[in-house]
Write a new protein. Structure first.
Length: 348
């Protein structure tokens, strides 16, 4: 018995060390224990074992202590790393060799090791890093009195860093049907684009665009558009982002029977909204009034609803509309592509 008591006493002495954790005390008296993840803007996030990630206003924090080293961004952009504690209205950062003190209200950011790594990766990424994207595919077949085949594909890749955004997209539909024992194409359209946005401030950005379209059923061999402009981030939340953009471009249309070159203005919006944890709506719209042939215009509208099945797999319902106010004689003004099918996602 005398030998077991010291052993239990030794284990009890170790418990406080193993149970040590970060702690946040709010001005209303609530205390949350866990692991500080980050202070980003006006919000502090801490991970609790039982509550998950808890986010609170930084102004509601009375005191905060950490058992883990954190990266602390001080006024003026100075960065220090160490364990933190509060003393009255001040935050103290212990680096091991010194202690630095700053008013709690002036702390720009806090990050744990994982968040700091992600921040540095976004700050200076390589050109081949940070790419995310998806590939949509859909196939429809009819066999019997009718024999038809329709294939739709969409590819999109996006690279977002802290200062810029590159986006590449390609949409294609091809359909054929058996008529009088001969297969004939009933739809054949390809639409591609790339854009580049560069932040001037967190709210405003400049942008460039380049689009291509090919559609034999419009008698359109190639539509080439290149331009640029500016934009504003109207909403930038975790669930919803909305931006508006405008500018000018050069358009060259090569139809089977004629060619048209025009200067255009453009304006529109880009919206991403998370309906739920598994469902997202993507929508973008562009209106192109013709400056060379005033009174004529084009409109591009795209929308997709995506529901995740797995992290890498989802189901999509997409619509893509192109409206031309002055089509080639004998052709429709509107061309709409509707597709549904599987979505495969990737990230690097």
């Amino acid at each position: 018995m005398s030998r077991t008591i010291p052993r239990y006493f030794f284990l009890l002495c170790l418990l406080p060390a193993t149970a040590a954790a970060d702690q946040v005390v709010l001005k209303n008296g609530d205390t949350i224990t866990g692991s500080v993840i980050k202070k980003d803007g006006a919000k502090l996030t801490i991970h609790s074992e039982f509550l998950g990630d808890v986010t609170m206003p930084w102004t509601a924090v009375k005191s905060v202590t950490s058992d883990q080293p954190l990266t602390v961004v001080l006024p003026g952009g100075q960065t220090v790393q160490g364990k933190i504690a509060t003393s009255g209205e001040n935050l103290q950062v212990s680096t091991g060799t010194a202690t630095q003190t700053t008013p709690l209200a002036t702390v720009s950011a806090l990050r744990n090791a994982a968040e700091q790594h992600a921040f540095e990766r976004l700050e200076h990424p390589g050109l081949l890093e940070l790419w995310t994207g998806f590939f949509d595919t859909g196939l429809a077949l009819a066999r019997g009195n009718a024999r038809t085949e329709t294939l739709t594909d969409t590819f999109n890749a996006t690279r977002v860093s802290r200062k810029d955004r590159i986006s590449i997209s390609l949409t294609q539909i091809y359909s054929k049907a058996l008529v009088n024992d001969v297969y004939s194409a009933t739809a054949n359209s390809i639409r591609g684009a790339w854009t580049y946005n560069r932040d001037v401030t967190p709210r405003f950005f400049v942008s460039t665009l380049n689009t291509y379209e090919h559609d034999p059923f419009q008698s359109l061999r190639l539509r080439f558009v290149a331009g640029g402009g500016f934009g504003v981030n109207a909403i930038k939340h975790e669930k919803t982002t909305l931006s508006f953009t405008g500018g000018g471009d050069y358009e060259r249309e090569n139809f089977s029977s004629l060619q048209r070159n025009s200067g255009e203005a453009f304006f529109g919006d880009d919206l991403v909204h998370k309906v739920s944890a598994s469902t997202i709506i993507n929508q973008d719209f562009r209106f192109f009034p013709n400056l060379t042939d005033t009174g004529q215009y084009r409109m591009n509208f795209d929308i997709a609803v995506i529901t995740s099945i797995r992290k890498w797999l989802g189901w999509h319902l997409s619509a893509s509309d192109r409206y031309l106010s002055d089509p080639v004689l004998g052709h429709q003004r509107n061309d709409v592509l509707l597709s549904t099918g599987l979505r495969l996602t990737f990230a690097r």
